[in-house]
Design a protein around this ligand. Structure first.
Ligand code: TYD
Length: 207
């Protein structure tokens, strides 16, 4: 049976959460047995690591940041992702290794290859069958268009340049791994984007 691990990636404020909600509704309506999870997080230990990573009051070096994301990921893989895949479920994860490659690898300047090394466990044991990249420059995000920029956490509070670098990181990853990473340019009409995502999942034999 084909393993069905899907990740959804994109910069802040590009409508990723809305699309995940629509996808969850679609799976429920169609009786598709799926687990929706997110990173960093997904297990009690990983949620604790998340709290450190997103705490605005803490300063964390890029190396430690990358390592903590990778540790949270290892926890998530062993305790939720792989067991769910073994039960034949579809696993949909909101952010995964490509967030580390884009944010820590490119925006934090650690280098994509180095961050892949830090994530060797995920790379060797649990790569997604499909990654949907919501391809929108954060400078044009829906949130900015609507005029409200909410800086909730440590990563969101980073500069515009930082988020532009994340976007460049994603574009580079999409170029490096075109089989796995499918870019979808979001439409202002959210159902259009949703339909494009469903078409991609069908095309890849996930649903
Ligand atoms: P979250 O509130 O979950 O972001 P969003 O709603 O945008 O998905 O916060 C996660 C933040 O952590 C987000 O800014 C992206 C960042 N991140 C990394 O820098 N590296 C990673 O490996 C992951 C998974 C997330």
């Amino acid at each position: 049976m084909q393993r069905k691990f899907i990740t959804v990636e994109g910069c802040e404020g590009v409508g990723k959460s809305t699309q995940l909600r629509l996808l969850k509704d679609y799976f429920e309506e169609h009786g598709i047995d799926a687990v929706f999870t997110r990173e960093p997080g997904g297990t009690p230990v990983a949620e604790r690591i998340r709290a450190i990573l997103l705490d605005k009051k803490l300063q964390v070096s890029p190396e430690v940041e990358a390592a903590l994301f990778a540790c949270a990921r290892m926890e998530h893989i062993n305790n939720l992702i792989l067991p769910s895949l073994k039960q034949g479920k579809v696993v949909v994860c909101d952010r995964y290794i490509d967030s580390s490659l884009a944010y820590q690898g490119v925006a934090r300047n650690l280098g994509i290859d180095n961050v892949y090394e830090i994530n060797a466990y995920a790379r060797d044991n649990c790569m997604p069958e499909l990654t949907i990249f919501i391809d929108m420059d954060p400078a044009n995000s829906w949130r900015k268009k609507n005029g409200t920029v909410i800086l909730n956490d440590r990563m969101e509070g980073e500069s515009q340049e930082f988020h532009a670098a994340c976007y460049r990181g994603y574009k580079e990853m999409a170029k490096r791994e075109p089989e796995r990473i499918i870019s979808i340019v979001p439409d202002e009409e959210k159902y259009e984007t949703h339909r494009a995502i469903i078409a991609t999942l069908k095309d890849k034999g996930i649903i």
